[in-house]
Design a protein around this ligand. Structure first.
Ligand SMILES: C[S@@+](CC[C@H](N)C(=O)[O-])C[C@H]1O[C@@H](n2cnc3c(N)ncnc32)[C@H](O)[C@@H]1O
Length: 328
């Protein structure tokens, strides 16, 4: 295990540029450099690629607060916090954003919020974290390996019907029923404790293998989402972001699969649309209460990035800007 293992940050410059665009610049006395003033939040520290790039653009008076669930990410972030007084870290889910921001007196004052969703390369690459069907390891999959149920607990305790739902909803797996049945039959004979054991059961039950895709890919994604409540956390942090941001503050979200991206896209659309009022009412623009506007189209990684980082293939970045000054 190497907790210092690097993570190749996806859409690094695009995301940081989108976060700071339009922010107040502090110009050095000798006019040699321009630094950005503001309060920023990195919801997904990982190994700190985005955080470090952002810090390199911020003035001495600026603040960057980061979240991560993962103890290994926290160890790296704590070192950074010791070296840089502008940076601080919270070991918790980003779904606690509003509570933390409120306790700091930052509600309605945050200039930019970044979320680079999903798992980091070190999480995927370390067999003992149990995220990958490519390597044998304990069936864990928890981002916060110090609390909550493991994937093995989930496999042991989830009702067959609920398993079918999760495989369908979070994995978009067509053969959810067959696979859940096979898992439930197997768990009645022996406990399912390792990634390889589970991957083999799924592969055997799966009637149609897709080209270049392991048959367990979809179910592993689904279990990971369920064990870490990924979609609920995402919905919560998006709602809270609107209240945390200042007028003109930016939300930048990078998603890695269509379920996440759909949630982000729909959220931005709803904020742009404002209140759902019956058509034809004589109302002013103010009364519609649009809280955010979309900034540009979605962004995907360019050729150069794709050639050196395969993980960037599925990344989609969306940006929105807060329109109002209200914190609630
Ligand atoms: C894709 S990585 C981020 C990589 C980071 N941008 C970098 O440059 O190193 C996602 C990180 O978010 C963390 N994470 C995912 N969901 C989270 C949540 N709900 N709350 C806090 N951290 C979360 C994961 O533990 C992982 O470290």
């Amino acid at each position: 295990m190497n907790p210092q293992q690097p993570h190749d940050a996806v859409l690094l410059f695009e995301a940081v540029e989108a976060l700071v665009q339009g922010k107040k610049l502090q110009i050095a006395d000798d006019e040699s450099s321009q630094k950005i003033d503001g309060i920023f939040i990195d919801c997904t520290f990982g190994r700190g690629g985005h955080s470090r790039e952002l810090l390199s653009r911020l003035s001495d008076e600026s603040q960057l607060l980061a979240f991560d669930k993962d103890p290994q990410a926290i160890a790296v972030a704590e070192k950074l916090a010791q070296e840089d007084p502008r940076f601080s870290i919270v070991h918790d889910s980003f779904s606690q954003l509003e509570q933390v921001v409120t306790s700091l007196g930052w509600l309605g004052k945050v200039d930019g919020i970044l979320m680079d969703l999903g798992v980091s390369s070190p999480q995927l690459d370390q067999a003992e974290r149990g995220f990958s069907f490519m390597q044998d390891g304990p069936l864990d999959m928890r981002m916060n390996s110090s609390e909550g149920q493991t994937a093995a607990d989930w496999i042991a305790n989830t009702k067959e019907a609920d398993m079918v739902f999760v495989f369908k909803a979070y994995g978009e797996e067509r053969y959810a029923k067959r696979i859940a049945r096979a898992i439930c039959e197997k768990r009645a004979q022996e406990s399912i404790e390792t990634t390889k054991q589970l991957a083999n059961i799924i592969a055997e039950a799966h009637p149609r293998w897709e080209k270049h895709k392991h048959p367990a890919t979809r179910c592993f994604q689904a279990i990971r989402i369920a064990v870490n409540s990924e979609l609920d956390d995402l919905k919560a942090v998006l709602e809270q972001s609107v209240r945390a941001l200042t007028k003109g503050g930016r939300l930048v979200a990078i998603s890695f699969h269509s379920l996440e991206d759909r949630i982000v896209k729909q959220f931005i659309r709803d904020q742009e649309k404002g209140q759902d009022l019956p058509a034809g009412l004589p109302i002013t623009e103010d009364q519609i209460k649009r809280s955010m506007k979309r900034v540009g189209k979605f962004v995907k990684a360019g050729e150069e990035e794709l050639s050196r980082n395969n993980r960037a293939r599925s990344a989609v970045m969306r940006v929105a800007e807060k329109l109002t000054a209200e914190a609630a």
